[in-house]
Design a protein around this ligand. Structure first.
Ligand code: AMP
Length: 219
């Protein structure tokens, strides 16, 4: 059977994690967030964590060589056997090219690139109101999506809810600059392969996103 592989590309705050969760529930495949993987390294105080912390804090990208190695290890794991959702990778053209090698090695041909489109103003507003569970990564929003019990994560019941340290205006602006600088050649690369699907994520409902994602992935 063909593996189900979806790549989510979009600016910070465009809802990559949210859409990944929908796909994960629909197809029962793992959500691979490179941002979460890096934050885990920092949390666990690994030697890699020490190298990447400053990059993340300043809104810059971690080196391709580090990212490629981390990703390849993750994709080799048995839980990725049926497929996976990539959230936050590729972020450079070199990563997109590397992904092609990974796809060849793992016999993946039928992948979908889903570009989440939303304006900078909306994402800045979203991110500044966003807070996450430092234990399981669940994401909340001060205005539109608080946990059922204040200060307690709905998913894992941890009380460790906090703002991501890079979710502050100065860093968000830099992350948006980084995104816009890098994304054009990546989108062109996938356009040439006829792989890109565009999905606006500024005001849809979960039901509506589900329908769109099903249509794209089953196409
Ligand atoms: P995210 O959680 O996807 O917003 O990522 C948070 C930060 O992790 C980014 O601002 C980058 O510094 C770093 N990062 C995540 N994914 C990548 C990637 N594929 N390549 C380089 N840096 C990344």
């Amino acid at each position: 059977m063909d593996k189900i592989v979806a790549l989510l590309i979009g600016p910070p705050g465009s809802g990559k994690g949210f859409q990944a969760k929908i796909i994960q529930e629909l197809f029962n495949i793992p959500h691979i967030s490179t941002g979460d993987m890096l934050r885990e390294e920092i949390k666990n105080k690994t030697s890699l964590g020490a190298i990447i912390e400053e990059k993340i804090a300043s809104g810059k990208l971690v080196e391709d060589s580090i990212m490629n190695k981390l990703l390849e290890e993750k994709i080799k794991k048995p839980e990725s056997i049926k497929g996976f959702i990539l959230d936050g990778y590729p972020r450079t053209l070199a990563q997109a090219i590397n992904l092609d090698y990974i796809f060849v090695n793992h016999n993946i041909t039928n992948y979908k690139v889903i570009e989440l489109v939303v304006g900078d103003k909306v994402v800045i507003e979203r991110i500044l109101n966003r807070y996450t569970c430092l234990n399981c990564g669940s994401v909340y929003n001060k205005i539109s999506n608080n946990p059922q019990v204040e200060g307690v994560c709905d998913n894992c019941k941890s009380k460790n809810l906090s703002k991501r340290s890079d979710d502050v205006l100065e860093v968000v602006e830099q992350r948006l600059v980084t995104y816009h600088n890098q994304v054009k050649p990546i989108l062109e690369y996938y356009d040439k392969k006829n792989k890109r699907y565009v999905m606006p994520t500024d005001q849809g409902t979960e039901e509506n996103y589900k329908k769109q994602l099903l249509k794209i992935i089953n196409n």
